[in-house]
Ligand binder design. Structure first.
Ligand SMILES: NC(=O)c1ccc[n+]([C@@H]2O[C@H](COP(=O)([O-])OP(=O)(O)OC[C@H]3O[C@@H](n4cnc5c(N)ncnc54)[C@H](OP(=O)(O)O)[C@@H]3O)[C@@H](O)[C@H]2O)c1
Length: 270
């Protein structure tokens, strides 16, 4: 399928994966709309940048209306990319901090999807791409809440896919391993500190920042999104990078206790 005429909405397109994806798709002739919570003074290369805070119903409605107004009600692909993390032991993260993260990573996706689906249903076509992570299959210590949002997103997308299939709308998960973006540095940190976790939390925090800084080029994820956009009927799940593919494989093949040991080893916990 040709990509020229496709209208694509990418949430969180000022940085990292979203920016790389919006730029790549625009360079392939798609009509791309990217978003930022604060687009004033910022611009996208080859795409228009709209205001969007995925935690706000009114902001989501205004953003989707703005795209629909410009395209005559057409959005072919929604790339739910905006997201962040929180580092801290599960016990250190307060429910309020956890809810804040879920509002972005999970309910933000749900809000956007619910706002865009009426346009896709009207045209009996569309693709919803949700950004998960290798952490959506293997939960990492000191990233419990982040992984919980991605596990939730995986389940949500799987069910959504079944529901949308008869309507000719595909729901897809893209799940990279570490990608070189500012996300490790800018992730939230749990404010509450419990001494018993301090050493391991610091180690996990440093590992996460280092792992993400040294991760794959975001353009590799953008290439995968391009593949999804071009596919007539994309697959349910696209792991990106060796780490994510190996996680998938190991999760499918290894007994749970062996898989757990492999994750502990990978997380530097011996
Ligand atoms: N980096 C990795 O290693 C990695 C691995 C697997 C999966 N992922 C996932 O990939 C996605 C993108 O990650 P990234 O590493 O590219 O992150 P990033 O470089 O930190 O970019 C995050 C983007 O999200 C936007 N954003 C943040 N909060 C928002 C909100 N409330 N409403 C709307 N937009 C918001 C930001 O835009 P403004 O600040 O301009 O609003 C920014 O453009 C996330 O879902 C992440 O979980 C990342």
């Amino acid at each position: 399928m040709r990509t020229e005429a496709k209208v694509i909405l990418v949430t969180g397109a000022t940085s990292g994966i979203g920016k790389a994806t919006a730029e790549l798709l625009a360079s392939k002739g798609c009509r791309v709309f990217g978003t930022s919570r604060d687009p004033v003074g910022k611009s996208g290369r080859g795409f228009e940048l709209l205001q969007l805070d995925v935690t706000s119903d009114s902001s989501v409605a205004a953003c989707v209306d703005a795209v629909a107004e410009r395209t005559g009600g057409r959005i072919d692909v929604l790339h739910n990319n905006a997201g962040t993390g929180i580092i801290g032991a599960a016990e250190e993260v307060t429910p309020e901090e956890g809810m804040k993260l879920f509002q972005i990573n999970f309910f933000g996706v749900m809000r956007m999807t619910n706002a865009v689906l009426p346009l896709m249903r009207a045209r009996k076509a569309g693709t919803v791409i949700n950004m998960s992570s290798s952490g959506g299959v293997a939960a990492l210590p000191f990233a419990a809440l982040y992984c919980a949002t991605k596990f939730a997103l995986e389940g949500y997308t799987e069910a959504l896919r079944h529901e949308l299939r008869p309507l000719n709308i595909a729901a897809v998960v893209v799940a990279p391993g570490p990608v070189s973006t500012p996300a490790g540095d800018t992730a939230m940190r749990a404010e509450r500190h419990i001494p018993e976790y301090a050493d391991r939390r610091k180690k996990a925090d440093a590992l996460s920042v280092r792992g993400i800084r040294g991760g794959m080029d975001p353009r590799r994820v953008a290439e995968t999104i391009l593949k999804v956009v071009k596919d007539d009927w994309p697959s349910p799940r696209y792991p990106v990078g060796l780490q994510s593919r190996a996680t998938n494989l190991a999760h499918g093949l290894l007994p749970p206790s062996t898989f757990e040991a492999a994750v502990r080893w990978g997380a530097g916990l011996g």
